[in-house]
Design a protein around this ligand. Structure first.
Ligand code: NAD
Length: 250
């Protein structure tokens, strides 16, 4: 039985994780951390890390970039593995994660869906195969409450396109006005509204034909299931940085 701390337990992902973990017999939530008021019948909730007991086998973090440093300090200080799902980290925060992963195992993914990991692979291969003759545009659609844009997954897909082309495309976010497409651009369009769990489309447009690769998340349950899977994978792993490629088998 693995005892887990849920960082961001009052949020959408936190509550989804709580309901899924409640149904399992291989893990349970030992504590929750969230500055927002939240009550659970199953576990104590702390407003910060200072009072949170450190006896846990892992931390599941779906919170906010603002909470990254204290969470990593707690995790590295007590040698607790982390599954990090929070997106919108700054470049210096990404470095902070890499540094912490020298002390503890950290599994970081902008998207815990296995098909999305496969999609990134397909986008890389497609960009490589079609080359610069095909224009690439990226569309992502999320619920009205999403804090960051473009989504972390959109950035992963952009990186995949760049890797496939062996180039660095210039992102153009949401065109407006005099904005004719230039060579070497990748258009990135973020749509927000309602309760969409997340949809990503990569459109490759050539002369007279187009190919699109699309993933639709019908519920955020898929991200929660993937995060639990990542947490179980991390158990017993040495310190280091892990990602979805660890779970994909070709
Ligand atoms: P949300 O806004 O519903 O919840 C975030 C929660 O974090 C809130 O309850 C907030 O009070 C709490 N929080 C804020 N600061 C905190 C801190 N310092 N410590 C602990 N908790 C803190 O957001 P959400 O939809 O649950 O998403 C949370 C994060 O997870 C976002 O960054 C989102 O992009 C990301 N996300 C990742 C995946 C993935 O597969 N990797 C999937 C969905 C969402």
């Amino acid at each position: 039985m693995k005892h887990l701390i849920l960082s961001g337990c009052a949020g959408r992902m936190g509550r989804m994780l709580e309901s899924l973990i409640e149904q399992r017999d291989d893990c349970r939530i030992a504590a929750g951390v969230d500055p927002a008021p939240y009550h659970s019948e199953e576990f104590p909730v702390y407003s910060n890390w200072e009072r949170c007991p450190p006896n846990a086998d892992g931390i599941l973090d779906f919170s906010s970039p603002a909470g990254l440093s204290p969470m990593l300090e707690f995790a590295t200080g007590h040698g607790i593995p982390v599954v990090l799902g929070t997106t919108g980290l700054s470049p210096s925060q990404v470095e902070e994660v890499a540094l912490a992963s020298k002390t503890i195992p950290i599994f970081r993914a902008a998207n815990f869906s296995l098909p999305v990991a496969l999609m990134a692979h397909l986008v890389e291969e497609t960009s490589r195969a079609l080359g610069a003759d095909f224009d690439i545009e990226l569309l992502e659609l999320h619920h009205r409450g999403k804090a960051d844009a473009p989504s972390g997954t959109a950035k992963v897909l952009m990186d995949a396109a760049n890797a496939g082309l062996g180039a660095s495309l210039s992102p153009v976010y949401g065109r407006e006005g005099d904005s004719q497409r230039q060579p070497g651009e990748i258009g990135v369009h973020s749509l927000r509204g309602g309760s969409f769990a997340g949809e990503h489309t990569v459109l490759f447009s050539g002369q007279g034909e187009a190919l699109s690769i699309q993933h639709t998340a019908l519920s955020r349950e898929i991200f929660a299931r993937g995060a639990i899977r990542a947490m179980l994978y991390l158990q017993g792993c040495p310190a280091g940085l892990y990602g979805m490629e660890s779970l994909l088998q070709f």
